[in-house]
Design a binder for this molecule. Structure first.
Ligand code: SF4
Length: 202
């Protein structure tokens, strides 16, 4: 199956994929992506709906203590680390970039608590740039479809970038996330709905 055919099938399944995290500006997206590690987007949206009412801007977020933020994001799990990362990232953002989220990958990654995946999501989603973020769904699906042969997300990202044209990366990331979330699930994938049976190695 050629890469264009794979994209064609993904377009058929998910013609207009959207990020399921809710946010109103790039800073809020950054916070939501940090919260989404090991947590569902649904849960993150419940938490951020309340959090962003009063703390949806960097200056406002910095009025919270670590303990206060921990309490607000508790249900997302790993709340101590996530609160620490959000406050460090926000402080960095204010000091280095005057509170504006940069659209440059290196600059984004220079923020405390912002890793490769988070930076890629923000670039693709907030700035509509050519970036492909590898989360647990993208990693699993890419290996099953033999688009990558690795458990290392960075290597998986490289493999996907080598296969697909750069203009497709942002949409492809969302399509692979949706495919992994709703069809090619970790447990009990719905193979009867899958157009990729012939190339699947599961
Ligand atoms: S055949 Fe099943 S396991 Fe393989 S890619 Fe499709 S849904 Fe996933």
């Amino acid at each position: 199956m050629k890469e264009a055919e794979i994209r064609g099938e993904l377009d058929r399944l998910f013609p207009d994929p959207k990020c399921e995290l809710e946010y109103e500006n790039s800073y809020q997206l950054l916070v939501a992506v940090i919260l989404s590690a090991q947590c569902t987007d649904k849960r993150v949206n419940i938490v951020t709906k309340e959090l962003f009412k009063n703390y949806g801007k960097p200056e406002k977020m910095m009025t919270l203590s670590q303990e206060e933020l921990e309490e607000k994001i508790h249900s997302c799990g790993f709340f101590r680390n996530k609160a620490k990362n959000i406050l460090s990232m926000t402080q960095d953002l204010l000091e280095k970039f005057d509170g504006q989220v940069p659209s440059d990958f290196e600059k984004l990654q220079s923020l405390a608590g912002v890793g490769r995946k988070t930076a890629n999501v923000v670039i693709a989603e907030a700035f509509k740039g050519d970036a492909i973020a590898v989360d647990t769904h993208v990693l699993r699906v890419s290996n099953r479809l033999q688009l990558a042969h690795t458990s290392d997300p960075n290597k998986c990202e490289e493999s996907l970038k080598a296969v697909f044209p750069s203009k497709s990366w942002g949409k492809l990331h969302l399509q692979l996330v949706h495919f992994g979330r709703y069809i090619c699930k970790a447990q009990k994938p719905e193979c009867d709905k899958c157009p990729f049976v012939q190339i699947c190695k599961k």
